[in-house]
Design a protein around this ligand. Structure first.
Ligand code: AL8
Ligand code: ZN
Length: 260
């Protein structure tokens, strides 16, 4: 059985029963309201040193599709912006909606995007292990990138072509040589705020860095994500993986800052 999911019985509205952080003071995602954002000139640019990054695998964890990286050294890090320490790239994954519907987690003045890509990094300068970092307020840094629908994305096929290999929950396959730099928009201008992991255990350990500029993917490419299943091969009830997003959470006095 699964501890949590995105359905009626196990979805975001009942996560608080097993995960008390759900009702915390700095939960994510949030609705970003640009006019209420404070421009902070002390915020420098975000720097992504992904040139020697090493993807290892792609897998279906029953909640999303995840590409894992070798984070045994500082070969791929995010630094600058609001970050005190460089953070190591550990994995990236997506959240998306049903056919023609929106599935982003963060929204901008109430507007949701088709999907949202999360690049998860951890502070290996201050913490010995990822697990330790995942529970510390300055432990994780997640770079969020919105996906809007339009023309095909020239590189996303590298991911969507592999999805048939990880259709079922618990499936994993080799996925080497993929550099997520190809998924970045042209501008790295961002909003940033202190928040949480958007899935259980909902730890309030994330410095969120959300890029203002979305990338464009086609509806056809998005539809390939929807062939994934929440369920494992041996389960009789097949459940299509879609709408795997948490709705916006209360800001509770937090400040959202922007670089420019
Ligand atoms: C299932 N998904 C999460 C798994 N991880 C996690 C986080 C904290 C503690 C932990 O204890 C095992 C695991 S994770 O750090 O890889 C992330 S990041 C993330 S999101 N959507 O906020 O970017 C969700 C998850
Ligand atoms: Zn996520």
């Amino acid at each position: 059985g699964n501890l949590w999911g995105y359905g009626k019985e196990d979805g975001p509205s009942v996560w608080h029963k097993h995960y008390p952080s759900a009702k915390g003071n700095q939960q994510s995602p949030i609705d970003i309201v640009p006019h209420q954002v404070s421009h902070d000139p002390s915020l420098g640019p975000i720097v992504l040193n992904y040139d020697h990054c090493t993807s290892i695998s792609i897998s279906n964890n029953g909640h999303s599709v995840v590409v894992e990286f070798d984070d045994s050294d500082d070969r791929s890090v995010i630094l600058g912006g609001p970050l005190v320490n460089p953070c190591r790239l550990k994995q990236f994954h997506f959240h998306w909606g049903g056919k023609g519907c929106c599935g982003s987690e963060h929204s901008v003045a109430g507007k949701n995007y088709a999907s949202e890509l999360h690049l998860v990094h951890w502070n290996a300068v201050k913490y010995r292990t990822y697990g330790e970092a995942a529970t510390a307020p300055d432990g994780l840094a997640v770079l969020g990138i919105f996906l809007q629908t339009g023309d095909d994305h020239r590189w996303l096929h590298m991911i969507t072509d592999a999805l048939f290999m990880v259709k079922f929950k618990g499936s994993v396959t080799d996925f080497r040589g993929f550099n997520p730099k190809c998924l970045l928009p042209s501008s790295l201008h961002y909003w940033t705020y202190p928040g949480s992991v958007t899935t259980p255990p909902l730890h309030e350990s994330v410095t969120w860095i959300i890029l203002k500029e979305p990338i464009t993917v086609s509806e056809r490419q998005m539809s390939k994500f929807r062939m994934l299943l929440f369920t494992a091969e041996e389960e009789d009830q097949r459940m299509r993986m879609e709408n795997n997003f948490r709705p916006p959470q209360p800001l509770k006095g937090r400040k959202v800052r922007s670089s420019v």
